[in-house]
Design a protein around this ligand. Sequence first.
Ligand SMILES: *[C@@H]1O[C@H](CO)[C@@H](O)[C@H](O)[C@H]1NC(C)=O
Length: 246
Amino acid sequence: MLKLIALVSLVATHVAAHGYVQELTLGSEKYTGYLPYSDNLQDPPPARIIRKIPDFMPITDLTRIDLQCGGSPTFETAPAPLVGKIAAGETVHLNWTAWPDNHKGPVLTYLARPPAGVDITEWVPGTDAVWFKIDQFGKEDGKWAAADKLTADSGVWSVKIPENLLPGQYILRNEIIDLHSAAQYPGIQFFPSCAQIEVTGSGTAFPTEFVSIPGVYEPDTPGIVWDIGVEGDYTSPGPAVWTGVA
Ligand SMILES: *[C@@H]1O[C@H](CO)[C@@H](O)[C@H](O)[C@H]1NC(C)=O
């Protein structure tokens, strides 16, 4: 029965066709993503480094906790059992399922570090201001991050971990924002994916300003309401990118 329901919802949601991270590579080590349409049928689900999600549907409410790492009113995300390893300065490659061409928008990446003494496999940030942005790409030369750049790069989004980042555990939150119906709010669609990583190295850099998620985006934040039919520069929403360089 469960399988049938999942199959029916898979078929139903395929019409809307969104996506999730199906695989990721940290440096040279490959990990399977959280695969909602098969992992959710198993109890317990297979151990992953990505926090669980219900399906490939978007989050559309800026105030819901699901904006953080995915979820829905009937499905809460939770810490994942595993942690991936990567050296500071190496690149994370996030392999998204096929992204629809008309789902245009930016791709952003945030990090959050658990408080001292709290293991990431137990950590739920809630609405604490712990997040900082390490990467963003909106639109360049008329090409959007999603789907133009993402598709040109075979569905893989690449993000470098700042070279001098303080080592330790982090949640890496990679987010595709779809603006195709964002001409007014509500309308914008968010696809967050939270991977648990352990960054190694001897860096000492750590930011001093943080945002909360939800909280970082409001309906009047630049980049949240946007008509993709209008040409011109786009400003990705949220804080400036922290590069780790003083
Ligand atoms: C992305 O992941 C899928 C599923 O594992 C795989 O078939 C595909 O080859 C991967 N794409 C790249 C560019 O690695």
